[in-house]
Design a protein. Sequence first.
Length: 414
Amino acid sequence: MVHGGVCLARLDDGTTVFVENAIPGELVEARLRFAKGRTWFAETAAVLEPSDQRVPAPCRYVPECGGCQLQHVSYARQLELKRGIVVDAFRRQQVPVPDVRVRGMDDPWRYRYRGEFHVVRGAGDSHSAGLGFNRVRSWTPIAVDDCLIHHARISTGLPLLRELVERGGSADLGTLHLTVGEGGDELLVQGKPRRALDSAAVDRVAAELPDGGRLSTEWTTLRWRDRTYRVRPETFIQVNWQQMDVLYDCVLAGLGDHTGRRVVDAYAGIGVLACYLASSAREVVCIESSRVAARLGMLNASVNEVSDRVRYVVAPVEEVLAQVAAAAPVDLLVLDPPRAGCGGRVTAWLALAGPHRVVYVSCDPATLARDLHVLVASGPYRVESLDVVDMFPQTYHVECVVVLERGVRGAPRA
């Protein structure tokens, strides 16, 4: 299986075939969809010899909905496949692979605290509106009554949210952006475009959310390790807030003792990790290009009483990382870039003048391996450890935490 959740097959003449809804080792009848040169794209029409790891997809919208790609695979096998995809990406970029630790979830369902639901007009009858996701390989949405990977607060709120769209959404309302907060009791709701959702309608239906829940349109609160964080719809958060504890535990273990150290948190967002680090670090410098996220990050630092040790630099990491390092030595560096990975200016600076220890958090194995080729295969760093953290069960997405040590060459630890 390759990144994207599809299986790779090759014909005798060397033609490459990517097959959806299959599992490595199965014999399937594949239906060709289209070809690009000597690469064919196909879907599974029938499973002739199924894997013993094939399971019935519990969601009735599979495979029509494009949200999940792996519900037909047992969860244990999903973790093995994700590990293999990461290892393959490293090997393609000639990056030595250490022992890989895979961190799965005890319960790989109902984990998403945030989701974006498309408005589906005329779902059921010409006057109704549904909420759902794009169909597989399509920009046309399908309405759903439930989503098994979203938090129960979102799923139980869907009937009311559909009513909200009908009563208070204008014709150009395209999506509802939802975030669970306040211990699961609150739903933060924002329409896109914002003006397309009538705030008065939100107020009218807010009291009707089941099980004592409530709606908000401006901000909500999430908590992690006895700390409080304000969250707005437009700011990034880890959608799997429960598994985030595992992810950040890997980061903290990789950083080691940060007491009295100067830590740079690049791509810092609203400062979830920074506020924790600042409890014992000398200074945490957060680099963040979004002014909204930076303002919220400073508010979170104040709420958690660490504002004297948290400083935000509002600019792209590529433009200011070297300047931040020139102002004072960087003891420890955390990188958590978007899917595109670090820019070339970041990896070039790291190769020339980066700190002794770097922890790189990535949501894309391919761009991670590309950056590590510069830093490890061709540069001064060594991969000390690699954790594959499953933040997105039932989908092909995966997070990695890589700990890099500078100045050590040679093979990784056994």
